[in-house]
Write a new protein. Structure first.
Lengths: 494, 490
């Protein structure tokens, strides 16, 4: 057999042309051969085959099959799978096996999907290159000297390299869309509240959202439907009907008013990317779209506001990893620095455990967030950032009065080299400049492949829509997908 | 030199809910460590809190009953600090928008003072922490059964002016919360916990000097609260005489009450002021309390202790003292009395029976009135028999005692004991004659003025009762004795 989309595989499985076990074996084989990409961590072939076998037996017994029956789905290592290692790419949680399933995992299991290992990621989802992982970096399947983006780099690379037809990622500031763009696959960040966060190990609670990676929009629609819906375990999940995204995907939207965000075409945008986006605009115009320029005047404050809100929340969310109940516990916590002799052993144990367990980027963000929430500074930073969030949301509200979707580049540059930005956090942070505002506003965003650079690196186009307009997003993107073949391109892997 | 003691109480009360504040985990007390837990209350990575509406409603009910202002749009905040009994290393609490502000509690008059009003600063809701058990070998063990139990924090204004009032205030709060059915308020089990902030206002040459504020912790009983505050007032006064330090010279400190040694001891202070880095809890949505909800809660509040005292005074004509005795001992006592009073119409008499006979018997048996073998209607039946003069009061008491002892119904106890009041005028007159004949010395004493008429009459009444086996109608005995003694005096 050959790699295919989930939709294609489902047809074959239902027709009896292949079994779920054959599909699983095929992808396990690929994953083993392409282990050098370091996209998947903690892949247990026996567990994969057992799930596939269960699907085949169900089919044989004539029982109804779930919508993802037999389809391997790689899971970002930030999502809890009962009894399976769930490490967040951190030394801190290297021994953590959750006693419960995240809601999205329970939904995948109910849909008869085959959980296909854990995908590598930046530690605790903090990063834009998947270099901040205790497992080492993931490589971009299109150029193995380059990063796949992040933090869901393993999930994006897994789909791009056909290690699994589908995967789950999480997006706090662009962590689905940016790696999707850099790896030439589709990645969707749903509206905040569309998909349950229960069992997603939190980075920044008010921004995190789980979403799908796939090769094309049909697969994306299929997986999004399975993931979506109100969850009684997540108070921030919203009770809004979940449309049948697949059923309406091929129906072009009634109106096709496309907005180009002026602020997303400024300094720092790679000319090849800009050219690809301009070409995409022409595709839409040819399809009858009206295109106009709009402005999101406060988007320039997006990065600073994000790095206050996200780090503040992370400083609190990650507090529980102190070696007491959760997280790595240091063996040696004897006083090492002047002043530590006076500290109680418990405090020294917590300090040493956190010092050993967390990587540099996580520590940097915890410190930033702790500072931002400190007495005397909270008004200046945290409360100010919340105001900026409101202004950014207002900007989007105003823009969506004039247009149905906003279109622009997913990230300013194509995939950069491994190690290129690791010593320059600020330039790393800027690779999320176009994606971050959607998280601050809570709206959905989609990245679809829209070109390749001269050197053969994927280019992503980002579409943004109002809250809960995922259907619009998918249908609008489908107009482009039907007119182009970027989604069929695959990296030449040997 | 004179001083006033200034006390502000901060009370934590566990709400009586089946499940925890933010998860469906059980809340039963006294189970083995860490058995009342679930992924959420353990703070497992990836879990999320979901508000228990029932707990919020109990909190609302409490605040409404305390006359507090209800915040219509309230939110949750995270209070961040590292401690092993706090599995997430933050506590979900309320910071700048507590669900209620203001309110008050009226302290009833008590033996040491007239009581008075204590105003409240705020009432907010939060999740309880776990518990550390200090085990052998210097180890501490963490029990998270308690973690996540809904906890109401009630902060009083520093308006209490005596340790006795502080105790009464707590007792009245407990009574009120029990009436509301929102908490069992057991200090021993930790479902009611109290810290007290205290300092002195000392009168020095017409000017008031305030001593540094001390927060007293580890107050494990109502009497400990009173004792600790008395001790602390004396300690602060002595300390002030020694070093003259005032509130301006020293920051607030924390002291723990040692109930065995009967002293407060300094507790370890944090080197730096606590910075809890509060921020809005992003995993929860704000709570909107609309009119309909508030009305439903208001309607669910029954009669409160203060209202009941007043009703006992106005409806039943009881003295404030009697009304308080019946109310302050708990809802079961007041309910019991209420039922007996209604069924007899003899309000004062019913109060005497309940206070003297019923409560004493229940106390002896160490049971509550819910388990008391004589139900209110049975007691009312007995009281009615006494009013109908089928029994005199002393017989009634004996009958009640036997009923409690044997569990037999009233008819059987009366029949078997041969109780019954003799109201036959002729028979009693004969007994009076016999008593006079048998005690000529008493008559001589009366005539000779050696003894007062009341004393002689009392003695002779006893003799008559003895002759009639205690069955004579005491009123009739008195009447006939009066006639006879008047004759003799002439």
């Amino acid at each position: 057999m050959t790699a295919a989309t989930a939709t294609g595989l489902l047809a074959q499985i239902h027709a009896g042309a292949v079994t779920a076990v054959e599909v699983a074996r095929f992808y396990l084989d690929r994953a083993e051969k392409l282990g050098r990409l370091n996209a998947l961590v903690n892949l247990d072939p026996e567990a994969v085959l057992a799930q596939a076998k269960a699907v085949d037996e169900k089919r044989k017994a004539g029982q109804p099959l779930g919508p993802l029956a037999g389809i391997p789905v790689a899971i970002k290592d930030v999502l809890c799978v009962e009894g399976e290692p769930t490490t967040c790419g951190s030394r801190m949680l290297k021994n953590f096996r959750p006693p419960y399933d995240a809601t999205v995992i329970a939904k995948l299991k109910a849909a008869d999907a085959v959980l296909f290992g854990k995908a590598n990621m930046d530690e605790f989802a903090m990063g834009s290159s998947t270099e901040n992982s205790a497992y080492g970096p993931t490589r971009n399947p299109w150029d193995e000297d380059r990063i796949p983006g992040g933090s869901s780099g393993g999930s994006a690379a897994a789909v791009a390299a056909d290690l699994a037809p589908l995967s789950l990622g999480t997006d706090t500031g662009g962590s689905i869309r940016q790696p999707a763009g850099l790896c030439g696959v589709v990645g969707l960040k749903p509206t905040y509240g569309r998909v349950s966060r229960y069992g997603l190990i939190a980075f920044a609670s008010s921004l995190d959202q789980v979403g799908p990676f796939a090769h094309d929009l049909a697969d994306t629609a299929l997986l999004l439907k399975v993931l979506s819906g109100r969850d009684p375990h997540d108070s921030t999940s919203v009770d809004t009907p979940v449309p049948d995204y697949s059923a309406t995907l091929d129906t072009p939207p009634k109106t096709l008013r496309v907005g180009l965000v002026r602020e997303f075409f400024g300094d720092g945008l790679d000319p090849e990317i800009e050219a690809a986006i301009r070409e995409a605009v022409r595709v839409y115009e040819a399809a009858g779209a009206t295109v106009k320029e709009v402005s999101l005047p406060h988007s320039k404050y997006g990065i600073p506001a994000y790095y206050v809100v996200a780090t503040a929340e992370c400083s609190s969310n990650l507090a529980r990893y102190d070696g007491t109940i959760y997280g790595h516990r240091a063996e040696d916590f004897s006083p090492k620095y002047p002043g530590e002799e006076g500290l109680p052993p418990l405090v020294r144990m917590m300090m040493a455990s956190r010092a050993e367990g967390f990587g540099a980027e996580v520590k940097r963000r915890i410190m930033l967030g702790t500072f931002a929430l400190s007495a005397g500074y909270a008004d200046q930073y945290y409360n100010q950032a919340l105001k900026v969030r409101r202004l950014i949301r207002n900007d989007f509200d105003a823009a969506f009065k004039e247009v149905d979707v906003l279109l622009g580049p997913t990230s300013p540059t194509p995939a950069f080299k491994l190690g290129e930005k690791t010593s320059d956090p600020l330039s790393m942070y800027l690779s999320d400049i176009y994606t971050i505002t959607a998280n601050l506003a809570g709206i959905p965003g989609l990245s679809v492949p829209c070109g390749l650079t001269k050197s053969g690196l994927p280019i992503g186009m980002q579409l943004l829509a109002p809250a809960f307009a995922e259907e619009t997003l998918l249908r609008t993107a489908r107009v482009f997908e039907r007119a182009t073949d970027w989604h069929t391109r695959r990296p030449a892997l040997v | 030199m004179d001083y006033t003691i200034v006390i502000g109480l901060e009370v934590h009360v566990q709400l009586l809910t089946e499940s925890k504040m933010f998860s469906s985990c059980g809340t039963e007390f006294g189970l083995p460590p860490n058995t009342q837990t679930d992924p959420v209350s353990l703070g497992l990575p990836g879990t999320l809190p979901v508000m228990n509406r029932k707990a919020f409603e109990l909190a609302l009910k409490t605040a409404v009953a305390l006359g507090a202002e209800i915040t219509r749009f309230t939110k949750w905040d995270r209070k961040n600090y590292y401690y092993p009994d706090l599995p997430k290393n933050y506590q979900i609490s309320q910071y700048d928008l507590p669900f209620s502000t203001g309110g008050w509690l009226d302290i009833p008059a008590h033996k040491d003072g007239p009581g008075g009003r204590c105003r409240l600063t705020r009432v907010h809701l939060e999740e309880d922490t776990g518990k550390l058990i200090h085990a052998a070998g210097g180890f501490s063990e963490v029990d998270l059964n308690r973690a996540g139990i809904p906890l109401l924090e009630i902060v009083g204004e520093p308006e209490i002016r005596s340790p006795e009032d502080a105790r009464s205030c707590l007792e009245e709060l407990r009574l009120t919360l029990r009436y509301l059915g929102v908490s069992d308020c057991e200090m021993q089990e930790g479902s009611l916990r109290c810290d007290a902030n205290v300092n002195l206002h000392i009168d020095v040459d017409g000017k008031t000097v305030a001593t540094p504020i001390v927060e007293i912790k580890n107050l494990n009983s109502f009497s400990a609260v009173e004792r600790a505050l008395k001790y602390e007032a004396e300690r602060q006064f002595a300390k002030w005489k020694e070093d003259g330090k005032t509130i301006k010279d020293a920051p607030k400190t924390t002291r723990g009450w040692d109930d065995e040694a009967r002293v407060t001891k300094p507790q370890r202070e944090k080197e730096t002021a606590a910075d809890y880095r509060y921020f809005p809890e992003p995993d929860l949505v704000p709570v909107v309390v609309d009119d309909a909800w508030l009305e439903r809660v208001r309607a669910s509040i029954g009669e409160l202790p203060g209202q009941r005292r007043k009703r006992f005074e106005t409806e039943y004509g009881l003295s404030p003292y009697d009304a308080n005795v019946l109310v302050e001992q708990g809802q079961d006592v007041a309910d019991y009395y209420d039922a007996v009073a209604k069924a007899t119409g003899e309000y004062k008499t019913a109060s005497n029976w309940v206070q003297q006979d019923v409560l004493r018997a229940a106390k002896e048996r160490k049971i509550g009135l819910a388990e008391f073998p004589i139900k209110p209607d049975a007691l009312a039946d007995l009281i009615n028999r006494v009013s109908r003069k089928e029994l005199n009061t002393n017989q009634g008491r004996e009958v009640l005692a036997k009923m409690i002892e044997t569990g037999e119904p009233v008819e059987k106890v009366i029949a078997e004991g041969g109780y019954g009041m003799v109201s036959d005028r002729g028979a009693i007159a004969a007994a009076v004659e016999a008593a006079l004949a048998a005690n000529p010395k008493a008559i001589d004493d009366l005539k000779g003025g050696k003894k007062k008429p009341e004393a002689v009459k009392g003695f002779l009444r006893g003799q008559v009762m003895k002759q009639t086996g205690g069955k004579a109608d005491p009123a009739l005995v008195g009447e006939l004795l009066d006639v006879k003694l008047a004759e003799l005096a002439q």
